[in-house]
Design a protein around this ligand. Structure first.
Ligand code: ZN
Ligand code: ZN
Length: 110
């Protein structure tokens, strides 16, 4: 089986036997590790084309959680404050890399 050969099985959503595609969240770019319905799933669903499209639409229309909005605003503010200081920019970059690493670790563990 290759990636180009969709698996025919029961769709996790509509329960019909259809060629299925693994759903993958499109927004794995959280500014901060936050609870997220799509990223936190143990196992992404296998969906038929129709359900896959619906799921993507739902994901795209989902507003940021309050916690994530706050974290994003905080990071943007920090970036703006740091624009005057290269040293502080470097510190910010290191902090962001730490967040990314922590997020990746969390993904591996989940
Ligand atoms: Zn379906
Ligand atoms: Zn997410």
């Amino acid at each position: 089986m290759t990636a180009n050969t969709p698996l025919e099985a029961r769709c996790d959503h509509c329960k019909q036997i259809r060629p299925l595609f693994l759903y993958e969240p499109d927004h794995n770019m959280h500014a901060f590790p936050v609870p997220c319905e799509w990223c936190d799933r143990d196992k992404q669903p296998l969906l038929c084309v129709r359900c896959w499209g619906k799921e993507r639409e739902r994901e795209e229309n989902m507003p940021m959680s309050a916690a994530e909005e706050q974290a994003t605003a905080f990071l943007l503010q920090a970036a703006a404050n740091n624009s005057r200081s290269i040293a502080r920019q470097e510190a910010d970059k290191a902090a962001l890399e730490g967040i990314v690493a922590a997020t990746e670790r969390a993904e591996v563990e989940s």
